[in-house]
Design a binder for this molecule. Structure first.
Ligand code: TYM
Length: 382
C-alpha cells in the first residue's frame, strides 16, 4: 500500500484498492500527463479532442508524441490492447476498448487484441481451464460488440495463438531476471512459476507485427493504468532486442458504485456488467454511494460533492457526452437543486439505454466472432 496522510491505495495489474492518487501514480510509474503538444496532435489528426481525453479520463502517456511524430512522417503504428477473462465484462472494461475503437477509426490503424486466458487461470486459484474457456467465449462477444473493424483487427487468444507469441516471449524472458520481475510485480517465493513467466507473454504482442513484417513497427497501447507494470518491463528490454519501445496512453479507472476502488468483476453489486438486466442496473445504482448529504434538507441547504461521487463520475467519463449538460449536473449537484435519488434515476435510465443497445450488438457478435480471430495469413496492415 502507498500511503500519505489522507489516502492509502494499491494499484497492480491484478488488484486496485483504495482511493487512487493518480498524481502519485504518474510520478511513481514515470509517465507524462497529456499536455498541449499532445492535444495539438489530436486536433491535427482527428479534428477534435475526444471526450475521453477532454474529460481527463485518458490522462497520461509514454511516447505518444513520438507515435504521432512517426505517424506524421508516414510510419503507421498499430494498437494493442487486451482482456484477461476471469468473469463477466463490466462497463469499466469497455471504456478503454471504446477509446481504442475511436483511435482505430480516426487513424485507420490495425488492432491486435490479446485475450490472456492463461493469465487468469494462473493467477486465480479457483479457476479451471474449462471455466476460463467458457468466459473467454462470453468475453469475446463483448469485445466484438464494441465494433472494431474486423478487417483491421486480430483477436489473439493466448492458449490458441501461443505459437505466434512463443518465439518472442522466450527472447523477452531470457532478458529479464527473477529479481527484476519480483521487484516490478511484487511476486514472492510462493508465486507460481507460470505467473513469473506470464509477463513475457503479455509483452510479446508489443513486437508481434515487427516480427511478422520483418521491420520495426510502432505500437500504441490504450489501457487503464493498472497494466503499466507490464509496459515498464517491456520497454526496458525492447531496444536490446531490436524493437521500438511500445508507447502507452493510460486511463483512470471507472470507479465501483461503492465508496472507493475501481469497478471490479469480483464485486458484483458495485459493478455494472454488460449482461445486466434493467432491474439489476436500477437496483445497483439505487444502492450506490454518492457525494450527497444524509438528508434531503441538508442536501438542499449545503449541496452535494460531485468530486467523490461515482454517480457523477459515470456521467463525466461516459454517460453524459454533452459538456453543457454535464456542467448543469455539476452545478445542480453543488447547489443542492439536484437530489441524489433523482440523479441516480437519470443515470440508471442512461445506463439501461446503453446496455439495451450493447446487448443487441452482443447478440449479433455471435455470428461474426470467427472473423476476428488471429490468423497470421490475414493481412491487417493495408
Ligand atoms: P483486464 O481483463 O483486467 O482488463 C481489461 C481492460 O480494462 C481495463 N480496466 C478498466 N478500465 C477502466 N475502469 C476500470 N474499472 C477497469 N478495470 C479494468 C484494464 O486496464 C484493461 O485495459 N492483463 C490484462 C489483459 C491484457 C491487456 C493487454 C490489457 C493483455 N494484453 C494489453 C491491456 C493492454 C487484463 O487482465 O486486463
Amino acid at each position: 500500500m502507498h500511503e500519505n496522510s489522507m489516502k492509502s491505495y494499491n494499484v497492480t495489474p491484478w488488484s486496485v484498492e483504495g482511493e487512487v492518487d493518480y498524481d502519485k501514480l504518474v510520478r511513481q510509474f514515470g509517465t507524462k500527463y497529456i499536455d498541449d503538444n499532445i492535444l495539438e496532435y489530436f486536433r491535427k489528426f482527428t479534428g477534435e479532442i475526444n471526450f475521453f481525453v477532454r474529460r481527463n479520463f485518458f490522462f497520461c502517456h509514454r511516447d505518444l508524441d513520438w507515435i504521432f511524430k512517426k505517424y506524421e512522417e508516414g510510419e503507421k503504428f498499430y494498437l494493442y490492447t487486451g482482456r484477461g477473462p476471469s468473469g463477466k465484462v463490466h462497463i469499466g472494461h469497455l471504456l478503454p476498448w471504446f477509446f481504442t475503437k475511436y483511435l482505430q477509426d480516426k487513424f485507420s490503424v490495425p488492432l491486435l487484441f490479446q485475450v490472456t486466458d492463461d493469465e487468469k487461470f494462473l493467477y486465480r486459484d479457483e479457476l479451471s481451464l474449462l471455466n476460463v474457456e467458457s468466459m473467454t467465449y462470453d468475453n469475446l462477444l463483448d469485445i466484438v460488440a464494441v465494433g472494431f473493424d474486423h478487417e483491421k483487427t486480430q483477436i489473439l487468444i493466448d492458449t490458441k495463438g501461443i505459437k505466434e507469441l512463443y518465439r518472442i516471449a522466450i527472447k523477452i524472458a531470457k532478458s529479464i531476471t527473477l529479481s527484476t520481475i519480483k521487484a516490478v510485480f511484487g511476486f514472492t517465493d510462493s508465486t507460481n512459476i507460470g505467473m513469473i513467466f506470464f509477463p513475457s507473454i503479455q509483452a510479446a504482442p508489443c513486437f508481434l507485427y515487427s516480427e511478422m513484417l520483418g521491420k520495426r513497427v510502432p505500437c500504441l497501447i490504450p489501457a487503464a493504468i493498472d497494466q503499466d507494470n507490464f509496459w515498464r518491463m517491456t520497454r526496458d528490454v525492447a531496444e536490446k532486442l531490436g524493437y521500438y519501445k511500445p508507447a502507452q496512453i493510460h486511463s483512470k479507472f471507472l470507479p465501483a458504485l461503492g465508496k472507493e476502488g475501481k469497478m471490479s468483476s469480483s464485486l458484483p453489486e458495485t459493478a455494472i456488467y454488460t449482461t445486466d438486466s434493467p432491474e439489476d442496473v436500477r437496483r445497483k445504482v439505487k444502492n450506490a454511494f454518492t457525494g450527497g448529504q444524509p438528508t434531503v434538507e441538508e442536501q438542499r441547504k449545503r449541496g452535494g460533492n460531485p468530486y467523490i461521487c461515482p454517480v457523477y463520475f459515470y456521467e463525466q467519463y461516459f454517460f453524459e457526452k454533452d459538456d453543457k449538460k454535464l456542467e448543469e449536473i455539476r452545478q445542480d449537484c453543488l447547489s443542492g437543486k439536484l437530489l441524489c435519488g433523482e440523479h441516480k434515476n437519470g443515470l440508471a435510465t442512461k445506463i439501461v439505454a446503453f446496455l439495451t443497445d450493447f446487448q443487441s450488438k452482443r447478440e449479433k457478435a455471435k455470428n461474426v466472432v470467427e472473423k476476428y480471430l488471429f490468423d497470421p495469413q490475414r493481412k491487417v496492415f493495408l
